[in-house]
Design a protein. Structure first.
Length: 544
């Protein structure tokens, strides 16, 4: 039983449904225990309804780990960042350029090519850990059977024994890779654990787990095992191996692609057939599909008709001035770019908003991301149209923008800011998006996202270098190494004055004054404050 002395850590919390997490949180609250949720809302979504982990993080805040440790090469780390931020096409382009994307005429041919590559790599590097990933259990079974044929032909398997397990009859042999399918505390295995069969009979099996532990069990007590050469992407979340082979099928989406293409340390190969994806564009479109789950709290709960009637009464009251500000959920993208306007009390609600309803009809096969982008563009267009006339937005327009912003932001952090900038910078995107042609609009959003992340990385680098050099100078001053301290001081001075020529970077650093060793109260300018901070007279006395 939990007590007030317990801390309960839940890993992969993004896969918990709302009711599941509610039961845990209610029990923890009643017992006074602490709950720590760990996960990634961009990876595989919960099987049950709701997005409790994502909603909790948005409402209460979260600590984020941005460093990538699993992949060992920089370009693969960059690809993982792109997968995590919805830029699946860019990540696929990196792997294709690196020679890790393979296409065959059919899925069957792609499966055969994948198994051939797996077998050759197994012989060349037998000590490496590896897994094959795909979307469905049927495809996993077919892959396991083909792999075992190669293993049997090479003499890597012992005598086979037919065993009835949880998924039906399977043939196992010593040397077989197996996967455990159910948590079993007494054995010390969990759902997804991998191992190699050491010995077996019709009633008992001994396995060496990948973590080095040996376990043995009677099959009448535990029969939740299957061949472990291939697995579904859902089984692989949380897994880390040296090498991964992925067979892409039409059931995959952005979340599955993110997990499948980020389980490896050194290498991942992606195979697909033209009967599933006509070309690379079709592959990218499928693997970029948004399937993020919603929460009821994502939506405003009020009577639209009652709200509109109230606004109509307020607007008709003569002599009553109302300041209506353009607000955007989380980021204020349009507000930052456009400012706010006075609203005349005599304005009618329909002013400037007469657009054909046919223009807003969504395409028949829109993805959730496309729907969210079109919805936000539609709401932003109403406000931008009035802004061009020198007018401010109305409350009902703002409510529509806020709602669309919440939906869009749930699919990718910063998407509202990125799309807002793209629409303001290129107004021709608006009619295209509203007509259902969203390719350029989404591309513009991703370009703005890439620019934003690049600028953020520059700011992170500046802070890191400033902190490192500052500590270095302090040590030198303490050791009375004034010659080298002066060199570091000159370097810091150059960094400070460089901000005078880089207003974009200075703007990003204004809210990070404390990290830079400055008083949080704003001074004349960040550049001047940093220069004053390293003044020689101060550094000889108090230091930084």
């Amino acid at each position: 039983m939990l007590t007030d002395r317990h801390v309960l850590v839940i890993d992969e919390a993004g896969m918990l449904g709302t009711r599941q997490l509610e039961r845990v949180m209610s029990e923890a609250e009643q017992r006074g225990a602490k709950v720590v949720l760990v996960g990634d809302p961009e990876q595989l979504q919960a099987i049950e309804a709701g997005a409790a982990f994502r909603s909790t993080a948005e409402r209460h805040g979260a600590v984020e780990i941005s460093g990538i440790r699993r992949q060992q090469t920089d370009w693969q780390r960059d690809a993982t960042r792109e997968l995590a931020t919805g830029r699946t096409g860019e990540a696929l382009a990196r792997y294709e350029e690196g020679g890790h994307v393979y296409v065959a005429e059919t899925r069957e041919a792609a499966r055969t090519a994948l198994v051939d590559a797996w077998d050759q790599d197994r012989k060349a590097d037998p000590k490496a850990s590896r897994i094959i990933l795909t979307h469905t259990n049927d495809e996993v079974k077919a892959l396991n059977e083909e792999v075992r044929e190669r293993m049997r032909a090479s003499g890597a398997l012992g005598q086979e024994i037919d065993i009835n397990v949880e998924r039906g009859q399977r043939s196992f042999a010593s040397g077989d890779r197996i996967m455990f399918l159910k948590n079993e505390r007494e054995l010390g295995v969990k759902n997804g654990s991998l191992g190699t069969v050491q010995s077996l009979s019709s009633v008992r099996m001994a396995v060496m787990l990948d973590d080095g532990r040996a376990v043995a069990f009677d099959l009448k007590d535990y029969a939740h095992v299957d061949h472990g050469y291939a697995a579904t992407v859902h089984k692989a979340q949380g897994m880390t191996v040296d090498k991964v082979q992925v067979l892409a099928t039409p059931g995959m989406d952005r979340h599955g692609a993110y997990v499948a293409l980020s389980r490896h340390r050194t290498e991942v190969d992606l195979h697909y057939g033209k009967d599933d994806f006509a070309d690379r564009k079709a592959l990218t479109r499928t693997l970029s599909r948004e399937r993020a789950k919603d929460m009821a709290s994502d939506y405003t709960r009020k009577s639209d008709k009652a709200d509109e009637a109230q606004q109509g009464r307020e607007l008709k009251q003569p002599g009553r001035d109302r300041q209506t500000r353009i607000r955007v959920s989380r980021t204020g993208a349009l507000a930052d770019l456009l400012g706010s306007k006075e609203t005349s009390p005599q304005r009618e609600r329909q002013l400037g908003l007469r657009v054909s309803a046919d223009l807003f009809k969504p395409g028949p096969e829109q993805t959730p991301l496309e729907k969210a982008v079109q919805q936000y563009t539609r709401a932003a267009q109403d406000i931008l149209t009035l802004h061009d006339q020198g007018l401010g937005s109305l409350d009902y327009q703002q409510a529509a923008l806020d709602k669309a912003g919440r939906t869009l932001e749930a699919m990718g952090r910063g998407y509202v800011l990125d799309l807002g900038r793209a629409l303001v910078n290129d107004r021709s995107l608006i009619p295209e998006a509203l007509s259902g042609n969203l390719d350029r609009t989404i591309e513009g959003m991703h370009q703005q996202q890439a620019a934003r992340l690049a600028e953020q990385a520059r700011a992170d680098q500046f802070v890191h270098e400033w902190q490192t050099r500052s500590r270095q100078m302090q040590r030198m001053l303490k050791d009375q190494d004034y010659l080298n301290a002066d060199k570091v001081e000159r370097h810091l001075g150059a960094m400070a004055h460089s901000l005078e020529r880089d207003p974009q970077l200075e703007s990003l650093l204004r809210n990070r004054r404390v990290e830079l060793g400055l008083d949080p109260v704003r001074g004349r300018s960040l550049s001047q404050d940093l220069a004053d901070c390293i003044d020689p007279s101060r550094s000889r006395g108090l230091g930084l």
